[in-house]
Design a protein around this ligand. Structure first.
Ligand code: SF4
Length: 179
């Protein structure tokens, strides 16, 4: 186990459901994921600085992250009432992001954290005006064109965890002084 992983696990205080060390080669940047974003089921396409097309193509993201040979992925699992429990899912996302924030101090400098869903720092994104909080803005795994299903398979962690649960993913590209 990498020293960085030990530090991350310590910072997470047992809040992960599953986790794995992965390498850049384990991560698939997919035009299909970009196409799903273009279909705009979430309504954020072209409306947020941290969502497509403003973040660039999967090919551009692949080039960007090729400078990060090592990465770390974790999930949190949450109970919800049913698949229509939007409030429960939103609360679960807040909980997931709390765990994400817990591990940030343990990450090597220069790490990039990709979480779940679009940036939710502001109630309404400032786009096309300049981002209000570039230091706080949250980017997501899917927005960068990363195929989470194939990542879960490669990392040997579960993409879903049963009826009436929601599972959120965070992928961290680890900074250069990772050990
Ligand atoms: S921090 Fe605010 S303005 Fe910046 S990307 Fe996020 S939601 Fe948009």
């Amino acid at each position: 186990m990498r020293k960085t992983t030990e530090k991350i696990l310590e910072a997470a205080q047992g809040r992960f459901w599953e986790y794995a060390e992965v390498g850049f080669g384990d991560i698939e940047f997919s035009e299909e994921v970009a196409a799903a974003c273009r279909a705009n089921y979430c309504g954020n396409y072209g409306k947020c600085w941290q969502c497509p097309p403003n973040v660039g193509t999967p090919e551009e993201q692949k080039k960007r992250f090729s400078a990060y040979p090592q990465a770390f992925v974790f999930t949190t699992k949450h109970d919800v009432e049913d698949s229509f429990d939007i409030e429960g899912m939103a609360a679960a996302r807040v909980e997931h992001e709390r765990v994400e924030d817990m591990i940030r101090p343990a990450l090597p400098e220069g790490s990039v954290v990709l979480g779940a869903g679009g940036c939710n720092v502001c109630e309404k994104c400032a786009y096309p005006e300049p981002c209000r909080f570039p230091e706080k803005a949250r980017s997501s795994v899917e927005a960068c064109g990363i195929n989470v299903v194939s990542l879960a398979k490669t990392a040997k962690i579960h993409y879903t965890n049963g009826e009436n649960t929601v599972t959120y993913f965070t992928l961290v590209f680890l900074g250069a002084n990772e050990t």
